[in-house]
Design a protein around this ligand. Structure first.
Ligand code: BGP
Length: 478
């Protein structure tokens, strides 16, 4: 095994998917607090206000807000040395634009961070994980308004200053490349679907505003990276890209070309800007040809250049195929599906399992960016069953993770500078895509159901001891 001796092993979460306490400690409403529970066949709805009688899973989630000591102790028991979490902007600035932060919100994160450190973990903090304050959505239409750049910087400065000696690893925006896609307009950029100025006559998407908002968010991210380096030069700040690895479905040159363009547009563009500080030529041309190239205000180009990230952090769950053949079989996926790969099997949620694709991705990213890499999400969502004796035998999860860890090992052997791995959802939490509890990723089972019923009791799954062993042996005992 080739994992470096200080390799970072742990798990990743997002505030809105596990904290609960959505209206406690002075927290303001955030986008997920208005997203209803869904399912494989039922899309989540975003409602303008909280509707009576409807279940919103972020409100309670798994109540980490009141269980954090117990949960962090369990992560410590597995020997995690890193823990990825997000800070919920609306706990710190309830509407997003107050002048002074909410002390009660900060006090909660003070305790969580101290508890992590006490239990042997270095925190990795995401500043914006699909949970923009509703004040930012309703008053500003999210990042489509340039004023939001400085509101985000104010929030980032508040928490980066407060935790400058306790937190080394930061991510600005979760899966920011999602902001280049129509369904990322609200989730990543905060564009209000109920706003007629952006969406006239029932329009569902607005590409021009989207790429302007994404540009503004990229500027905000770069400003925060530069600011972070001033606050503490030792900070390691990353981008976070949902790397949708894709293959041409056939060797037909048209398929190969289409796949290349897909890769540049959805998997590479945002990471290219965040690592290199300039818009890549292919993207500039693409946007100009469509007349949607964003307005650069004076100084933007310099800001992007000055605020390049220190590490390339990304999520990896599955791969898809691309082809010009519209009749090819479809498969599901994270953020977007694609065409099915005849050599791969998919999970119950239609995500194709592809450990070799992770090795391929790591080699590809090392070659392209030549910087430290971190896999900050990876895992298997499965409808685990709690047995009458309180056990959960999740061998399928162990198999999935073993194969992906082997793929990382192999990529390191081939030169990938991989510094850490935080698997997604070490404790069961609410699914971002479907809002369900049924789609479980954890080593720790939480007795919580899709409708909000359940005792919230925590149970160790079989994979708990397995992962502990993996970490203790630094990836040798798989
Ligand atoms: C990523 C998100 C996470 C997480 C994960 C799994 O896109 O960053 O928040 O939820 O996907 O997706 P899901 O929860 O839909 O299974």
């Amino acid at each position: 095994m080739t994992f470096p001796k200080d390799f970072l092993w742990g798990g990743a979460t997002a505030a809105n998917q596990f904290e609960g306490g959505y209206d406690q400690g002075g927290k303001g409403l955030a986008v997920p607090d208005l997203k209803t529970v869904g399912g494989v066949k039922l899309a989540r709805r975003f409602t303008p206000t909280v509707e009576p009688g409807v279940y919103y899973p972020s409100h309670k989630a798994i109540d980490f807000y009141h269980h954090y000591k117990e949960d962090i102790k369990l992560f410590g028991e597995m020997n995690f040395n890193i823990f990825r979490m997000s800070i919920s902007w609306s706990r710190i600035f309830p509407m997003g634009d107050e002048l002074e932060p909410n002390e009660a919100g900060l006090a909660f994160y003070d305790d969580v961070i101290d508890e992590l450190i006490k239990n042997g973990m270095t925190p990795l903090i995401t500043l914006s994980h699909f949970e923009l304050p509703m004040g930012i959505v309703e008053k500003y239409n999210g990042f489509s308004d340039r004023r939001v750049i400085d509101l985000f910087v104010r929030y980032a400065e508040t928490v980066m200053t407060r935790y400058k000696s306790k937190v080394k690893y930061w991510i600005t925006f979760n899966e920011m490349n999602f902001g280049a896609m129509d369904h990322g307009e609200l989730t990543v950029l905060g564009m209000n679907p109920n706003d007629e100025t952006i969406y006239p006559n029932g329009a569902k998407t607005n590409e021009k505003v989207r790429f302007q908002a994404l540009h503004n968010a990229l500027v905000a991210s770069a400003k925060v990276v530069e600011l972070g380096h001033n606050i503490n030069p030792d900070f390691m700040i990353g981008c976070m890209i949902c790397h949708i690895t894709s293959y041409p479905l056939t060797p037909k040159p048209e398929d190969v070309l289409k796949r290349k363009e897909f890769d540049l547009l959805f998997a590479k563009f945002v990471g290219d800007v965040q690592t290199r500080g300039v818009y890549p030529a292919y993207m500039t041309t693409y946007l100009k040809n469509k007349d949607i190239f964003p307005v650069f205000e004076a100084g933007d180009a310099e800001i992007l250049k000055a605020g390049t990230v220190d590490m390339y952090t990304f999520s990896y769950y599955m791969t898809i195929c691309i082809t010009t053949d519209e009749n090819a079989d479809e498969t599901g996926g994270n953020l977007m599906g694609g065409k099915a790969n005849p050599y791969l099997k998919a999970s119950e949620w239609g995500w194709q399992v592809d450990p070799v694709g992770l090795e391929y991705t790591l080699i590809d990213l090392q070659d392209r960016y030549n910087m430290p890499l971190m896999v900050v999400e990876n895992g298997l969502g499965f409808a685990d069953e709690l047995q009458a004796d309180g056990t959960i035998v999740d061998d399928y999860r162990i198999d999935y993770m073993r194969d992906h860890i082997k793929a990382m090992d192999s990529a390191i052997e081939k030169g990938a500078n991989l510094i850490g791995y935080t698997m997604w959802g070490p404790i069961d939490l609410v699914s971002a895509g479907t809002g369900e509890m049924t789609k479980r990723y954890g080593f720790i089972y939480v007795d919580m159901n899709n409708d909000g019923s359940g005792s919230l009791k925590r149970y160790k799954k079989k994979s708990f001891d397995w992962y502990k062993e993996v970490i203790t042996s630094n990836g040798e005992k798989l």
